[in-house]
Ligand binder design. Structure first.
Ligand code: F6P
Length: 319
């Protein structure tokens, strides 16, 4: 392979820039031309493609967001859109593609692979919901952003002796809620992967109150439902003064943590290695701190799971 492309797609995540940098520098290290595709699959369809040089990715390792921009692209879900994308790649002589993103982006890479175009997926999403990797790029940074918020909310919650419901991102995955809830000492963690009983949530809060707790924190993943709705139910059932914080897109921004920068650098470079070895149709990950790769056609069929032991632990520690 003499020319490869790279794009970022879907919801951005801190560390995507570090991954792009790694892809670009690793390709150039091996004397391979590298092309940036801007605005994800929409930009691919429209031919927003530019050759990148070493300097193109200077001064970005520490920056959140993605220098290549990102987009969600319904057109790429159609065969027509996918074929237009392949035409653009061929027009530029690009022979392999690195796709950095979450499950929607992987779906696009899977489709390109099925059309015979070699792709390697790199897991970039704050949700940590890509099978075949212990961690996705951006999860650690998002987690630290959430922890920072929980710690601050805890201060004011204590002063006012209030209950707080903190809604975090994760439409289908509870990893951000589970990890941040555990690290933030939340009384209750609600995640889409586990059923919950509102009566149990209430009685747990009441038990804490009777023991003299001055505040309570409930972390809820957006996939479970609205934090506002849950807060309303809590207040009605307990008459504890309750407030809600929906953290929203603040979780997607910010300078990537050292962990995410290192992860992104390792995974980005590994994706290029695979393409250069002629191994398309793969997605990279890290498992037990080893770089691994899996068949991208199979990985999306695997369900996302949470760490059951960690979930159990979170319940045991918040009795
Ligand atoms: O996939 C990452 C993510 O941040 C999810 O946690 C969230 O549900 C979604 O993206 C929000 O997407 P958008 O920015 O398109 O509203």
């Amino acid at each position: 392979m003499k020319k490869i492309g790279v794009l970022t797609s879907g919801g951005d995540s801190p560390g995507m820039n570090a991954a792009v940098r790694a892809v670009v520098r690793k390709a150039i290290f091996h004397n391979v031309e590298i092309y940036g595709i801007f605005h994800g699959y929409s930009g691919l369809i429209e031919g927003q493609i530019e050759k990148l040089e070493l300097g193109s990715v200077g001064d970005i390792i520490h920056r959140g967001g993605t220098k290549l921009y990102s987009a969600r692209c319904p057109e790429f879900k159609t065969v027509e859109g996918q074929k237009k994308g392949i035409e653009q790649l061929k027009k530029h002589g690009i022979e392999g593609l690195v796709v950095i993103g979450g499950d929607g982006s992987y779906m696009g890479a899977k489709k390109l692979t099925e059309h015979g175009f070699p792709c390697v997926g790199v897991p970039g999403t704050i949700d940590n919901d890509i099978p075949g990797t212990d961690f996705t790029i951006g999860f650690d940074t998002a987690l630290n952003t959430v922890i920072d918020a929980i710690d601050k909310i805890r201060d004011t919650a204590t002063s006012h002796e209030r209950t707080y419901v903190i809604e975090v991102m994760g439409r289908h995955a509870g990893d951000i809620a589970l990890w941040s809830g555990l690290a933030g000492g939340a009384e209750t963690i609600l995640i889409p992967e586990a059923d919950y009983n509102m009566d149990h949530v209430i009685s747990r809060l009441q038990r804490g109150h009777e023991r003299g707790k001055k505040h309570s924190i409930i972390v809820v993943a957006e996939g479970v439902g609205s934090g506002v709705e849950i807060a309303k139910q809590v207040e009605e059932a307990t008459s504890f003064e309750t407030r809600v914080s929906v953290l929203g897109h603040v979780q997607r921004g910010g300078s990537p943590s050292a962990f995410d920068r290192v992860l992104a650098s390792r995974l980005g470079a590994f994706a290029v290695e695979l393409l250069l070895e002629g191994k398309g149709g793969r997605c990279v990950g890290i498992q037990k701190n080893e770089l691994v790769h899996h068949d991208i056609l199979e990985i999306l069929d695997q369900p996302h799971t949470i760490d059951e032991n960690m979930y159990q632990l979170s319940k045991e520690l918040s009795i």
